[in-house]
Design a protein around this ligand. Structure first.
Ligand SMILES: [Cu+2]
Length: 371
């Protein structure tokens, strides 16, 4: 009898929760109402099945409860029952799956007037690339990727020269303009997901995947990685702003083209020791946890690090100089930056590498070098 009551409470509670729906989707900001419809159909079908199965269970628990001289019937086959159960299950499964196929057909069938944006996923950040005035994205290859060519642009492809490179996890898209999202990954499997537009897609190393959507509501929305992709996965976040076409153009213009980025690199004052230090940082994987552009991954950003004052988790504060950098690299846990986990391992570098690395950080992150 207790079991019957518990089961009734579970059924009534589940249905009430489903109707009250505290985790309802946010208001949709794209054309993908069809995806909401398929999700809701699935909720309704599985909800009805759940209630029916539970009621049957409750009935059986009560009806066939233990009684002194009860005996069970032996009935191994019931063709009529099996026929109806198979039919009803089939209809239920088809009702759940068929609408999804129809929406999927639309989801990957890109309209001709769609504007392209490439999403580049890497551990653990997002970056974006737009074709320039020629409307064509230049070709890329992972083997071209380096610190100075973070998108792996192919220098022999003239289509790439005017591509706009956005090295920030914050993407803008123009309102009411169909967008074709091309996805690529530079390391492991990631998944670009924007809950408010009801769209997600895996980005797979070695291939380009895509989908399209039309932004229909101005606002700023969250971008998530929906694939467990390593240590910093939880932090692989970004933003997507659906902007007016004018705001979008202004935003896009504020980012460099590949040609501009290259000439900026070429005109940078030369500092061979710092260049060597950058190699040390790259080969030791520092950029898996640190960035230069202010965005935060696992560790604190190095933007404007040199000469700044850092607060430590023990309440003290430190002015960043050579000695502090050396200690932070040799013994990261001696002083832990406030708000960060003690997640960095000690690095035993040669004196020469250490000096180069520190020179690199000084050169790259001194405020006066910012312009
Ligand atoms: Cu990821």
């Amino acid at each position: 009898m207790l079991m019957v009551i518990v089961l009734i409470v579970i059924v009534v509670g589940s249905v009430a929760l489903g109707i009250w729906n505290p985790w309802a989707f946010p208001e949709i900001a794209s054309n993908w109402g069809g995806i909401d419809l398929t999700v809701n159909i699935t909720f309704v079908v599985t909800g009805i099945v759940f209630v029916l199965v539970s009621l049957f269970l409750i009935y059986c628990v009560w009806k066939f409860r233990y009684r002194e001289d009860n005996r069970a019937d032996y009935e191994p086959e019931n063709e009529r029952l099996e026929f109806w159960l198979t039919m009803v299950t089939t209809v239920g499964v088809v009702a759940m799956l068929a609408p999804g196929l129809l929406v999927w057909e639309d989801y990957v069938n890109v309209p001709d007037d769609a504007r392209e944006v490439e999403v580049v996923a890497s551990q653990w950040r997002w970056a974006y690339r737009f074709p320039g005035a020629d409307g064509k994205l230049g070709t890329v290859h992972a083997r071209n990727m380096s610190f100075d060519n973070p998108f792996g642009m192919n220098d022999n492809d003239p289509n790439g020269e005017d591509d706009v490179l956005v090295q920030s996890p914050h993407l803008y898209v123009p309102l009411n303009q169909p967008i074709k999202v091309l996805l690529r990954s530079t390391d492991v499997l990631h998944d670009f997901m924007v809950p408010d537009i009801r769209a997600k897609m895996d980005s797979v190393p070695g291939m380009i995947t895509y989908f399209w959507f039309e932004p229909t509501k101005l606002g700023e929305y969250e971008v998530l990685c929906a694939e467990l992709c390593g240590n910093g996965h939880y932090n692989m976040r970004g933003k997507m702003t659906i902007a007016t076409p004018e705001d979008f153009d202004r935003w896009l213009d504020s980012h460099p083209t590949w040609a501009e980025l290259k000439s900026g690199v070429a005109n940078r004052p030369s500092n061979p020791v710092a260049d060597r230090g950058r190699e040390v940082a790259e080969t030791n994987g520092c950029f898996a946890c640190h960035t230069l552009d202010g965005s935060q991954t696992v560790g604190p950003t190095w933007q404007n690090l040199w000469g700044s004052t850092r607060s430590m988790s023990d309440g003290s504060s430190v002015v960043v100089d050579e000695a502090y950098l050396e200690e932070s690299i040799r013994e990261p846990n001696a002083k832990v930056v406030e708000g960060f986990p003690a997640a960095m391992i000690p690095y035993a570098l040669s004196a020469e590498d250490m000096a180069a690395l520190i020179e690199y950080i000084r050169f790259e992150t001194s405020p006066q070098d910012d312009a």
